[in-house]
Design a protein around this ligand. Sequence first.
Ligand code: GLU
Length: 372
Amino acid sequence: MNKHLNNIKRIVVKVGTSTIIDPQGFINKEKIFSLIKDIVELRRSGYEVILVSSGAVGCGNVELNIKKNTSLSQKQASAAVGQITLLNYYYDYFKIFNTNIGQLLLTRYDIENRKNNLNATNTINELLKQNIVPIINENDSTVIDEIKVGDNDNLGALISILAQADLYIILSDIDGIYTDNPKTNKDAQFLDIIEKVDDKIISYASGKGSEFATGGMATKLEAAIKVNAAGIKMIITDGSVDGVLGKVMNHNIKYSLFLESDKKLVAKKKFLLTTSKMNGSIIIDEGACQALIKDNASLLPVGVKEVIGTFDIGDAIEIKDLNNKVIALGIVNYSNDDINEIKGLHTNEFKRKLSNKYLYDTIVHKDNLVIK
Ligand code: GLU
């Protein structure tokens, strides 16, 4: 047992299309079955498991005998067909082990919108409470660019954050991250523990001429940055190994482990980290910047200079200094119209001004702030 994997309870497992579809272009039923057996065993050992599965487009293409998706609508049609195929396998195979599954098809909108995000979180928690395995994919058939996560490495990361998982395991076609492409450079070093994804680590994944590293590894590192910042560990390992999940938890397999940052963030702050599209911004004066950064204070109306964009209570916004530099992200307690009315005012003045609309003393409470 790796000491870093003590105290793990909730695990998000991400499986990619390359595991679901074999190199000959057929659905890899044996692999899907072995993955499910592995998940069932993990659950029997006391872990909670959430599965983020790709393969909708791939399975759809197999069903429809399509070799290459030529248009977006064709791809979305394939996803509509293939999601059923994929879930049929999951349904049949999990039933063999008397295990129920529940499907969630999400988009970035569901993650960024606080109400949807809360509902998705509650549904996942309820499924787990009832011993049901949540199986999640992006809603590929309806998603448009503006609200697309785009790849399941990142989707799995966002799910790990909203479900407050302890560990995110990405099953890949490589056993972890190397300093260079191990296929072409025999001196490439394997990295078993990564304390922080810094520029050096990122350079390993984007080095020119390293075929394994582009795309695939880049989105995995983006995922690691997200989950690690939210206090969650991440592992990349080779999904083709039989019983891979059990072997990870028993430290019986090679893997790269990305350690979480030691900051403990409350749920709302985690929500902010999952939100990439901000609803607007608030420009604040120098004194307020200092108070936020140095004193870990809340943002009060008195420090607000300007409000940009249209937003409502509970929306995520950027907080900028007078040079237009983003210094923090936050969840607002008032709409842009209300803030415009009370900006620059001291507490008593703005309470009076807002009268029955007054709810909170702060524009953004410190618990709902993440300093950049
Ligand atoms: N959601 C896509 C699918 O199910 C996969 C996205 C990805 O491969 O990262 O086909």
